[in-house]
Design a protein around this ligand. Structure first.
Ligand code: C2E
Ligand code: MG
Ligand code: MG
Length: 453
């Protein structure tokens, strides 16, 4: 299955291990990886041997053969998670699942009982398997692993080119990450720097990403994101800044900054006769601050703006114990006329249970589903399901993380009417955002500020 593909030196800095159930398979993987220029390569035949090796030094990639009769490959993500929790593993290696792929007729359901069709020609559906395991099951498992922070990739065609492309994507990603500086560097940021940035506003700014009607392509809303330029470390991404802000208990301070900037933008848009809602991200902790809704309503009133122009996106995992408090706060916000959105639906604790227990106007489909929509049929099904739930619960729906034209068309076909993503527009500086809306006349003339489901 693996032919040698010669790509000298490109992968020589990578530390790779293989987890293969037998010597034949181990040799095949080894010859393929050596052929690609991987030099630091070791094979292991069991999870316990992999555990011992991971305790010694960092591994970049684990290439793992999937076989239905041997569960090691499927167990690997849970092993990595427990090693991480135990402090043995500081960074996760990337996991590549490979194996022989087959296309089998799907079992036919007769009176609710699964049975094999008598002749394969009778089968209307086919199941693609890797090492005997349905790829759809592998996809679900990989998605769970990704939610736990472990990147698992399924090398669907099981070929050398697939493996080579996956390694190249990893190497490219690593160099990009270097540009952004990695989390370890940011861990060293003095908490004082964050406090000083938030109290003085120095180095902080906000960018705005439009949300579009996927049919007309005109703008029906926007979302504000914080950006922080550190004097020494350069641009610090929100994935680093926001956890620091949480840790320091400064969520409300950050919120009041984004609120003030967003009110400025809304006022400028009002002068240009543009009325679209702008979403601001807020943690559960911020939303549960005493008198949050009253304070926000007072700010909007003072500015002469209707509450419906500010949308609050609940961003964060909500511990179940706080649900009652959060429910009261969300209801208070909505009763003042603000719109409330659940961010990142489908990940973490942004679940259907939370959605049905709490009071929202809108749900946002997490970008991880949207980005997989072309490759993973299961993501399409999940999105179709979310569209149905949104309709049932009478909620507006926004898809985020749309990166290409085909995805726009596919989302629209699945019933999703509003979206945001690089394919439509990137987050923009305030002036550019203003120009984008005003000069280019991009706004839906009768933009319903509640959006559409
Ligand atoms: P989020 O609210 O779910 O925002 C979506 C993220 O996806 C943003 O990243 C946005 O820049 C990025 N994005 C937009 N379109 C695309 C696309 O097509 N492809 C990809 N790959 N990404 C896209 P960003 O700005 O880095 O923010 C990350 C998260 O940090 C946000 O996730 C939000 O939870 C949090 N955050 C950002 N700004 C703020 C803020 O002012 N306050 C709070 N509390 N949280 C914020
Ligand atoms: Mg958001
Ligand atoms: Mg989101």
């Amino acid at each position: 299955m693996f032919a040698n593909v010669v790509v000298p030196h490109e992968f020589s800095a990578l530390s790779v291990i293989t987890l293969a159930p037998d010597a034949f398979c181990a040799n095949r993987l080894a010859s393929s990886l050596h052929g690609m220029g991987v030099t630091a390569l070791e094979n292991f035949d069991s999870l316990s041997a992999v555990t011992a090796r991971l305790g010694e030094a960092h591994v970049d990639v684990i290439v793992c053969e999937i076989r239905a009769e041997c569960g090691d490959g499927l167990m690997l993500p849970s092993l990595l998670k427990s090693l991480h929790e135990a402090g043995t593993l500081s960074r996760f290696p990337r996991v590549f699942w490979t194996g022989e792929t087959t296309l089998d007729p799907a079992p036919v359901l007769i009176d609710g009982t699964a049975s094999r069709p008598h002749h394969s020609v009778c089968a209307k559906h086919w199941i693609k398997r890797m090492g005997g395991v349905p790829i759809s099951s592998l996809e679900s498992h990989a998605r769970l692993a990704r939610a736990a922070g472990i990147v698992v990739e399924i090398l669907r065609e099981g070929g050398a080119m697939d493996l080579c492309d996956a390694l190249r994507a990893l190497v490219d990603g690593q160099s990009k990450k270097k540009e952004q500086a990695d989390t370890a560097t940011f861990d060293a940021l003095a908490e004082d720097d964050v406090i000083s940035a938030l109290t003085t506003g120095k180095g902080l700014r906000f960018v705005y990403q439009p949300q579009h009607d996927l049919l007309t392509r005109r703008v029906v809303g926007a979302e504000a994101f914080v950006r922080w330029h550190h004097p020494k470390h350069g641009d610090v991404p929100p994935s680093v800044l926001i956890p620091l802000v949480h840790r320091l208990g400064l969520d409300l301070l950050l919120f009041s900054l984004v609120e003030a900037w967003t009110i400025k933008v809304l006022l400028a848009l009002k002068k240009a006769h543009i009325e679209i809602p702008i979403a601001v991200n807020a943690s559960a902790q911020t939303i549960c601050t005493p008198n949050f809704a009253e304070r926000l309503a007072a700010r909007m009133r003072e500015a002469g703006l209707p509450a419906k122009l500010m949308k609050i996106e609940l961003t964060e995992d909500v511990p179940a114990a706080d649900e009652l408090h959060l429910s009261a706060s969300l209801t208070a916000i909505r009763s003042k006329g603000f719109l409330v959105s659940m961010d990142d639906f489908g990940t973490g604790s942004a679940t259907l249970k939370l959605l049905t227990n709490l009071s929202f106007d809108e749900m946002k489909i997490d970008g991880s589903f949207v980005r997989e929509i072309q490759q993973a049929p299961s993501s399409r099904k999940v999105i179709a399901g979310i569209v149905s739930w949104a309709r049932l619960l009478n909620l507006n729906l926004v898809a985020e993380g749309i990166e290409d034209e085909q995805t726009i068309a596919l989302l629209y076909r699945l019933g999703c009417r509003v979206g945001q993503g690089y394919a439509l527009a990137r987050p923009m500086e305030m002036d550019d955002f203003f120009d984008f809306l005003v000069r280019e006349d991009n706004v839906e003339p009768n933009a319903d500020v509640k959006g559409t489901a």
